[in-house]
Design a binder for this molecule. Structure first.
Ligand code: HEC
Ligand code: HEC
Length: 332
């Protein structure tokens, strides 16, 4: 092969790899699940979602061109990252741990304090935050308009030049494709598999009145989508939680109940990443929280035997869905 032919060949390979990412299928929502909360002008659409996938993994979205959404939301760890407080473009640390983005389309508010009311609006938060991507929306649009590839892509999907409408709608559509509903627990629910004896024992404890885990971590999403003070927050903490949004002092220390789906791979835990493993989370609950005055009354101390403790953890493992993390259509 001549050198010229080789160069042509190389170009062809590069050109293909940028356009031929696996196609996205319309997300399949299991029976009995809540509906996806899409804004009226953004019903799920494969073309928008595919462009959204490209943008999600695109470091051009950050000021320094070194951080993409996926830096902090990595597929292998259920679209989060195993670091306590993650680093943005400037090497500074954001004060909260990134939540998993699997099933994020079913939520009704976003962020630990629920301060964001749609996935589309959410995009501006990491984009413009100096501790995350540190990128002004107007600079991003200029950058995308100067990029021949993205000009084309936006023209073909939206019929116009790149703008924030397209960026936010696309990222919203991609994130609504991130569905995790193929864990062992799901297969048991549909009658295709059975829990082992230990898993079943853990499930009984999880749903028991004395532990009350399922009061807030409600199936099928394993969150009630509401805000509670689970006794982690304490007076003097920098992060006030839900009261930042409601300005109600009784909401201090309340955080959005995180889903427990895939929690086996999303360490560290809690809004501030202060629990290094699931064992320490259980110890937190066994101790009945820290007893701050605003703590939810359902957080009460209880005693577990060594085997009970490992049964609960074994049950929580049944909520892990590696098929969504490995799904090629959800990755570039
Ligand atoms: C530097 C790390 C970082 C980057 C980059 C980043 N995020 Fe996040 N993400 C976080 C953190 C931390 C939170 C929690 C923020 C909070 O609760 O205040 C979060 C929260 C979210 C949530 C809310 C999840 C929920 O359950 O409420 C969504 C959705 C999200 N990010 C999407 C994105 C998108 C889209 C991008 C790219 C435009 C992005 N993130 C870039 C760290 C990051
Ligand atoms: C009153 C509601 C409530 C009850 C009851 C409850 N939780 Fe939680 N859980 C929460 C909230 C709220 C958080 C987030 C708190 C924070 O980040 O400060 C949380 C966080 C967690 C986390 C960390 C998840 C993550 O991604 O960071 C795990 C694991 C967990 N709970 C398991 C349990 C188990 C097991 C039980 C039963 C022993 C239980 N929870 C009972 C509300 C509750």
């Amino acid at each position: 092969v001549s050198r010229a032919a080789l160069i042509v060949l190389l170009f062809a390979v590069v050109a293909c790899s940028r356009t031929e990412t696996p196609k996205l299928n319309r997300p399949a929502i299991p029976a009995g699940w809540p509906g996806i909360s899409a804004v009226d002008d953004n019903p799920w659409n494969a073309e928008r979602a595919e462009l959204g996938k490209e943008l999600f993994f695109e470091p051009l979205l950050s000021n320094n061109r070194n951080v993409s959404c996926a830096t902090c939301h990595q597929p292998a760890t259920a679209w989060t990252v195993n670091e306590d407080l993650i680093m943005g473009t400037e090497g500074t640390r954001f004060f909260r741990h990134p939540p998993s983005l699997l099933n994020v389309g079913f939520f009704t508010s976003w962020h630990w304090d629920g301060g964001t009311t749609s996935l589309e609006k959410q995009v501006l938060a990491p984009l413009e935050n100096p501790d995350e991507m540190n990128m002004r929306a107007d600079s991003l649009i200029l950058r995308l308009r100067r990029d021949a590839y993205y000009r084309d892509r936006f023209m073909s999907v939206y019929g116009k030049e790149p703008d924030m409408y397209g960026v936010t709608r696309s990222l919203g559509a991609y994130q609504r494709s991130l569905i995790s509903a193929r864990s062992k627990w799901d297969r048991v629910e549909t009658g295709n598999e059975a829990l082992t004896e230990v898993e079943a024992r853990g499930q009984d404890l999880f749903f028991s009145d004395s532990l009350a885990c399922s009061e807030c971590h409600v199936p099928p999403l394993f969150t009630d989508l509401l805000f509670h003070n689970n006794g982690r927050w304490q007076w003097g903490d920098f992060d006030p939680g839900r009261s930042r949004v409601t300005l109600d002092s009784l909401d201090r220390g309340k955080f959005k109940t995180p889903t427990l789906r895939n929690v086996a791979v999303t360490r560290p835990y809690f809004h501030d990443g202060s629990a290094v493993d699931l064992e320490s989370v259980l110890v937190h609950y066994e101790n009945g929280g820290n007893g701050n005055q605003l703590q939810d009354s359902r957080i009460r101390s209880f005693q577990l035997s060594h085997s009970d403790r490992s049964a609960i953890l074994t049950f929580i493992m049944t909520l892990t869905d590696t098929s969504s993390m490995n799904d090629p259509q959800l990755k570039p």
